[in-house]
Design a protein around this ligand. Structure first.
Ligand SMILES: *[C@@H]1O[C@H](CO)[C@@H](O)[C@H](O)[C@H]1NC(C)=O
Length: 237
């Protein structure tokens, strides 16, 4: 090791060594604040990038910077609304609005003047990865039987004029309708309908009994189902 003697060339060595140590420490810090688990989360094409802080945790001054690009492009684009933010998510719905194209996002953290390296998401293709939401249920009639109207979930993608594009534009959706009556236990759902109809009649029900209905959406091509909708309950006359 060099000892710092007042000779000219040794001093020069010493400061080089010092600089090298600074760079090393800097690299450690950069690694320690690098965002982790950078992922897209997507529900009905509401596409957000989310992440966790680096292993050093999050300082009070930690800010995040987000970029995105379509697979195959060489240039990254800054996401203006997520440039120097404190939250750990960024809405990239508009930037990832071609459902069939693969995208990437990446995040950089800056803390106390130290920049982390960029932390990259895995490849995200909205059409493959989005979770489909349940339909909404409206009870139109409940007397001796129940008539329901189902509405497909809407996507977060908008048409030029501003209206939301329904998920049925992208997938062939099936609905599953379940009934829960108050004589059965809460978890016991009986499938009463499966298909594409939007208006459904449920018969052979008992008067004076309260029934609750839940539904979910299923996407055959992806082999997936949505979560259950909220319940609609009704008592038959
Ligand atoms: C996505 O969902 C978030 C939270 O539910 C909401 O605040 C945001 O406006 C949605 N984005 C779009 C483009 O609909």
């Amino acid at each position: 090791m060099q000892r710092c003697l007042p000779a000219r060339n040794t001093r020069c060595h010493c400061s080089l060594l010092f600089a090298a140590i600074l760079v090393l420490e800097n690299q450690d810090l950069r690694d320690a604040i690098k965002p982790r688990e950078v992922r897209f989360y997507s529900l009905n094409f509401n596409n957000t990038l989310r992440w966790q802080p680096g292993r050093a945790g999050e300082g009070e001054t930690t800010l995040y910077f987000v970029q995105y690009k379509m697979y195959g492009q060489s240039k990254w684009h800054n996401k203006e609304e997520c440039w120097g933010i404190q939250s750990r998510y960024c809405d990239l719905t508009e930037e990832t609005s071609d459902a069939y194209e693969p995208y990437y996002g990446r995040v950089q953290a800056v803390s106390d003047g130290i920049h982390s390296d960029w932390s990259l998401s895995s490849r995200f293709t909205p059409w493959r990865e989005t979770m489909i939401g349940p339909p909404t249920i409206k009870v139109l009639h409940s007397n001796k039987f129940i008539i329901l109207k189902l509405q497909a979930p809407r996507s977060a993608y908008k048409r030029k004029r501003g209206s939301m594009i329904p998920m049925t534009n992208y997938y062939d959706l099936l609905y599953q309708v379940f009934i829960i009556n108050n004589l059965l236990d809460e978890q016991h759902r009986v499938l009463v309908y499966e298909g594409k109809d939007k208006v459904i009649k449920i018969e052979d029900l008992r008067p004076g009994v309260s029934y609750c209905i839940v539904a979910r959406t299923s996407v055959l091509v992806l082999g997936r189902s949505s979560a259950y909708s909220s319940r609609r309950c009704t008592v038959l006359l």
